[in-house]
Design a protein around this ligand. Structure first.
Ligand code: DAH
Length: 372
């Protein structure tokens, strides 16, 4: 048969081979496979870590997955050098992420196992130590009680600073400069007209300059005098001041209010007496005594045999004080009192030495827990 007779094959050529994918595509597929393998590895590790029985099992998993030579992550990384730069980066990144995730899972599982395995700290059968409970200071307790008794009579509370002006502490309260009444209050002067207040009376001045009458306030606060520190004196002490200013207020109101207070604070029906006295800021002035709460009037060492205990000073507000603060003395009258709280607390709680109030001895203060 002549060559020309050979059957003619269409196209007259060898069957075309299917062209392979471009080289880079092949690498991407490998990379995708490796990334998927890493994800699978991570999932598998997670599951095994979760069900690991103890720390030893976790250690074995760590070697199995993360071991540098024979670890399963390393096995995958062995393929890196044969990859193209970009694929290498992708797979490398995925491997690092998988490694970090597995490390993290291992660490938290290890911590859990360790916590479970650790013996409990201390003896759980030991009874709990009672928690510390705070207490209010006895002086705070009596201050609150006194202000509450006067609150029933319509008094609100006011406070003022412990560092005062000489004017508020003395001059406006009608102490003339150099007057012997100043000697009753040995004072800590701070210089340039300032001092540590020697009583709570300067707050009367502040209140009357800030508010118009009618005024009814109690003023608790700390005061300072150059006194010795012994069983019955302290250079720091606490007072409560009272001030009532209105139209038509008389000495009768003063006596009634103080007697009401004494019978509420000390004892129902307790005897109270008013003795004439002197204060520059009141006229007339009085000192008030209540029947000694220890001997009930028969005389004992605490009341120096008199049967009486001095509790406070008081009087009708001097018109000169009203003038100093711009209150019309023709229209208004008022009364005031000042009471030391340290001694009141000592009487109320049977405290024999004022220094106990300052010493912060817990055996002393613990006794007042729960007293409010
Ligand atoms: N401030 C006086 C003192 O500490 C006490 C006092 C007396 C206050 C009479 C008053 C008062 O308000 O009217 O010695």
């Amino acid at each position: 048969m002549a060559p020309s007779d050979r059957p003619h094959r269409s196209g007259g050529a060898e069957p075309e081979t299917t062209p392979g994918p471009p080289a880079s595509g092949a690498v991407s597929d490998r990379a995708a496979d490796l990334v998927a393998a890493l994800a699978g590895l991570k999932a598998e590790a997670e599951q095994q870590i979760r069900s690991a029985a103890d720390g030893d099992a976790l250690q074995r998993l760590k070697t199995d997955y993360l071991g540098r030579k024979a670890g399963r992550v390393s096995a995958i990384l062995k393929a890196l050098p044969s990859l193209e730069a970009e694929a290498r980066r992708t797979v490398g990144q995925a491997a690092n992420d998988a490694k970090a995730a597995i490390e993290q899972l291992l660490a938290s599982a290890e911590a859990e196992h360790a916590a479970r395995a650790a013996p409990p700290a201390g003896d759980l059968t030991m009874p709990a130590r009672p928690a510390w409970r705070g207490a209010l200071h006895p002086v705070t307790l009596v201050a609150t009680e006194i202000c509450e008794i006067f609150h029933e009579l319509g008094f609100t509370r006011a406070v003022g600073p412990e560092a005062e002006t000489e004017r508020n502490n003395f001059t406006a309260l009608n102490f003339p400069p150099g007057h012997p009444a100043l000697d009753m209050q040995p004072t800590f002067y701070l210089g340039t007209g300032a001092l540590l207040r020697s009583h709570t009376s300067p707050v009367q001045i502040r209140v009357m300059e800030a508010y118009r009458p009618p005024i009814r306030v109690t003023i608790p606060g700390r005061c300072y005098r150059r006194d010795p520190f012994d069983a019955s004196h302290a250079p720091v002490f606490t007072q409560v001041e009272g001030l009532c200013v209105d139209e038509g207020i008389s000495f009768v109101d003063l006596k009634a209010a103080i007697t009401f207070f004494a019978r509420r604070f000390f004892a129902a029906g307790v005897n109270v007496r008013f003795r004439p006295s002197f204060f520059p800021f009141t006229e007339p002035s009085a000192e008030v005594d209540v029947e000694c709460q220890l001997c009930h009037g028969s005389g004992c060492p605490a009341c120096k045999g008199t049967g009486w205990m001095e509790i406070l000073g008081c009087g009708m507000v001097d018109p000169a004080v009203f003038e100093n603060v711009g209150v019309d003395p023709e229209r208004y009258t008022g009364w005031a009192f000042g009471m030391g709280l340290d001694r009141a607390a000592m009487v109320r709680y049977g405290i024999p030495d004022i220094r106990l109030l300052f010493e912060a001895d817990m055996r002393f203060h613990r006794q007042f827990v729960g007293s409010v």
